[in-house]
Design a protein around this ligand. Structure first.
Ligand code: FAD
Ligand code: NAD
Length: 478
C-alpha cells in the first residue's frame, strides 16, 4: 500500500514538483508552517543555470553553482519533506502524483504516490530536437550539470584524438570542428566560452591544434539572439567574426550523422542548398520542449487541449481548467519568455499568494470564533469589545484578500559573447539601454554574482574565476 503522509491536522498538503528556478524561489519565500510541504525532484540541488556555459570549459567548477536543497530546506521554520524522485504522472481528478525513484541505487520500493490538496508544477522543460534524426544519438545538450561535464570531456577527447599519431589532415580538421546548433543565448554563450578556452589555454597547451580548431554556430533564422536589439545582434556578430567564430545563419540542420550534419541553407537568390558539415563536437541548443509528465497532464484537462508549448495558466498562475494546480517557469505559458528571471518572479509570487491564502484562512477561522463569542457574551461591554475585534479583523481580511495578479517586471537581458565581452538590454528608469563590450562584461559578472543563490556559491565562483586567471583552465580529461 502507498505510504500515507501524516499531515498535521488542519493543514493542507502542498506538493511542489521540481527544484529549479521557479520551485526554489517559491520555497525560499513560503511560510512553510502553514502547509504540509512535500518537494519532489530528481535533482536534490538547485542549479544556477546562467553560469552553466562556463562549466563546459572548466572556467567554473560545476559544484560552485549547485546548492543542495537539503541545505536551505533545513532552515525553514517547519520541516519540509523532500523525495528525490521523478513525477511520472499527475492525476488531477484523484489529486495524486505518482513518483518514481530513477536514481542509480534502487531500494525495495521505487515507486509511490503522493496525495495533494494543492500542487505546484515547476518541472521545467526538455531539450527540443523537433524530431530531427540523429540529434539524441550524436549531439550533446546543455541544460544540466551532467551535460556540461559531458561537453567538457568531449572537447578534450576531440583535441587529444585529433593529434593522435598519423591522424589524416581531414580527420584532424573534422575532430577540431566544434559545431553549435541554435543561435539563442545558450548557443551564443557556449560558442563564446569555447572560443575563449581555445584562445586562452588550448592553443598554448596543444599547439598542434592551432590551425584547425574552429567553432561554427548554426542558426536557422536570419540572425542570432533574436530577443536582443538590432544593435546588439550586430555587435555580437561582429565580435564573433573578430574571434573567428563562424556564424551560419539561415541554415537549418535537417539530419545528424555520427561525423557530419546535413544542413539546408538559403542562398542570396533564395535557392536552397543542402550540404554536409563534418564535426567533432556537436552541441545542440535549439530551445525547449514539453516534458512527458506535463504533456500527460495537459491531455487530461479539456481547457489545455489546444496548448502546444506548455500549461496555460491564468493571471494567478492557476493551471486553466483546474482549481488546485499552479504552474511556474518553463512548463507554464503565461506570455513571457522561458527564462530564470520569469520563473523566479513567478515562484516568489506564488509564495506570497500561498502565504496570503493561509492568512485569510486564519482570519476567517478567528472571525467565526469571534461571532460565536459575540452571541454568547454575557454583557454589552463584552459584546462591544468582540464587535470591535471583528471589525478590525474584517479590515485585515480585506487587505490580505486584495492581492493583485502576477505582473512580470523585466530587468533586462544579458548574455556573454566571449573575449571578455557581454551584451545587455537593460530596462533603466524610463527607457531601455542597449550596451555591449568590456564594461558590460564587468556588469554581467557582478549581476550574475549577486544573483547566485548563497554566499558560499558567490565565493566559490569568484575563486574559480581567480583560479582560471592564474593557472588557466584544467585540460585533463576526467
Ligand atoms: P528548471 O530550472 O529547469 O528546473 C526544473 C526542475 O524540475 C529541476 O529541478 C528538475 O530536476 C525538475 N524535474 C524535471 N522533471 C521532473 C519530474 N518529472 N518530476 C519532478 N521534478 C522534475 N535564464 C535567464 O533568465 N538568464 C540566463 O542567463 C539564463 N541562462 C541560461 C543558461 C543555460 C545554459 C540554460 C540551459 C538556461 C538558461 N536560462 C537563463 C533559462 C533558465 O535556466 C530557465 O528559464 C529556468 O531554469 C526555468 O526554471 P524552471 O524552474 O521552470 O525549470
Ligand atoms: P532559444 O529558443 O532561445 O533559441 C534556439 C534557436 O535555435 C532559435 O534561434 C532557433 O531558430 C534555432 N533553431 C531551432 N532549430 C534549428 C535547426 N534545426 N537548425 C538551426 N537552428 C535551429 O533556445 P536557448 O538558447 O536554449 O534558450 C532557451 C531559453 O532560455 C530562452 O528563453 C532564453 O532566453 C533562455 N536563456 C537565457 C539566457 C540569457 O539570458 N543569457 C541564456 C540561456 C538561455
Amino acid at each position: 500500500p502507498a505510504e500515507q503522509e501524516v499531515p498535521e491536522e488542519g493543514k493542507k498538503t502542498l506538493v511542489v514538483l521540481g527544484t529549479g528556478w521557479g520551485s526554489v524561489s517559491l520555497l525560499k519565500k513560503l511560510d512553510t508552517e502553514n502547509y504540509n510541504v512535500i518537494v519532489i525532484s530528481p535533482r536534490n540541488y538547485f542549479l544556477f543555470t546562467p553560469l552553466l556555459p562556463s562549466c563546459t570549459t572548466g572556467q567554473i567548477e560545476h559544484r560552485s553553482i549547485m546548492e543542495p536543497v537539503r541545505n536551505f530546506l533545513r532552515h525553514k521554520k517547519t520541516a519540509v519533506k523532500f523525495y528525490e524522485a521523478e513525477a511520472t504522472k499527475i492525476d488531477y481528478k484523484k489529486k495524486v502524483v505518482y513518483i518514481n525513484d530513477e536514481s542509480e541505487i534502487k531500494g525495495n520500493v521505487r515507486t509511490s504516490e503522493i496525495a495533494f490538496d494543492m500542487l505546484v508544477v515547476g518541472v521545467g522543460a526538455e531539450n527540443a530536437t523537433f524530431g530531427i534524426p540523429g540529434v539524441r544519438e550524436h549531439g550533446l545538450f546543455l541544460k544540466e550539470v551532467g551535460d556540461a561535464q559531458k561537453i567538457r570531456r568531449r572537447i578534450m577527447d576531440c583535441c587529444e584524438t585529433a593529434v593522435f599519431r598519423d591522424q589524416s589532415p581531414e580527420e584532424r580538421a573534422r575532430l577540431l570542428h566544434m559545431v553549435v546548433v541554435g543561435g539563442g543565448p545558450t548557443g551564443v554563450e557556449f560558442a563564446g566560452e569555447l572560443q575563449d578556452f581555445f584562445q586562452d589555454d588550448l592553443r598554448k597547451w596543444i599547439p598542434e591544434i592551432q590551425d584547425n580548431f574552429h567553432v561554427t554556430l548554426v542558426e536557422a533564422l536570419p540572425n542570432v539572439l533574436p530577443m536582443f536589439s538590432k544593435q546588439l545582434i550586430d555587435y555580437t556578430e561582429r565580435t564573433f567574426k573578430e574571434e573567428t567564430i563562424t556564424i551560419r545563419t539561415k541554415t537549418m540542420v535537417k539530419k545528424v550523422h555520427e561525423k557530419y550534419i546535413e544542413a539546408e541553407s538559403t542562398g542570396p537568390d533564395g535557392q536552397k542548398i543542402t550540404e554536409n558539415i563534418p564535426y567533432g563536437l556537436l552541441v545542440w541548443a535549439t530551445g525547449n520542449a514539453l516534458r512527458p509528465v506535463v504533456k500527460d497532464l495537459m491531455m487530461q484537462i479539456p481547457a489545455q487541449k489546444d496548448s502546444r508549448r506548455g500549461l496555460l495558466v491564468n493571471e494567478y498562475l492557476v493551471v486553466k481548467g483546474t482549481e488546485d494546480i499552479w504552474a511556474v517557469g518553463d512548463c507554464a505559458i503565461a506570455n513571457y519568455a522561458p527564462t530564470a528571471q520569469v520563473a523566479s518572479q513567478e515562484g516568489a509570487f506564488l509564495a506570497r499568494l500561498f502565504n496570503n491564502i493561509a492568512k485569510t484562512q486564519a482570519i476567517e477561522d478567528k472571525l467565526s470564533q469571534l461571532s460565536d463569542l459575540q452571541s454568547k457574551a454575557p454583557n454589552k461591554e463584552e459584546r462591544d469589545q468582540v464587535f470591535a475585534d471583528i471589525k478590525e479583523l474584517q479590515k485585515r481580511l480585506r487587505r490580505v484578500k486584495q492581492m493583485g495578479p502576477f505582473e512580470y517586471s523585466h530587468q533586462g537581458s544579458l548574455a556573454y559573447i566571449g573575449s571578455d565581452k557581454a551584451v545587455a538590454d537593460i530596462s533603466w528608469l524610463t527607457g531601455n539601454v542597449a550596451t555591449g563590450g568590456g564594461l558590460t562584461y564587468i556588469f554581467w559578472r557582478s549581476a550574475y554574482l549577486s544573483m547566485c543563490w548563497s554566499m558560499r556559491n558567490r565565493i566559490l565562483v569568484v575563486m574559480d574565476w581567480a583560479k582560471t586567471k592564474m593557472f588557466g583552465r584544467d585540460v585533463s580529461r576526467e
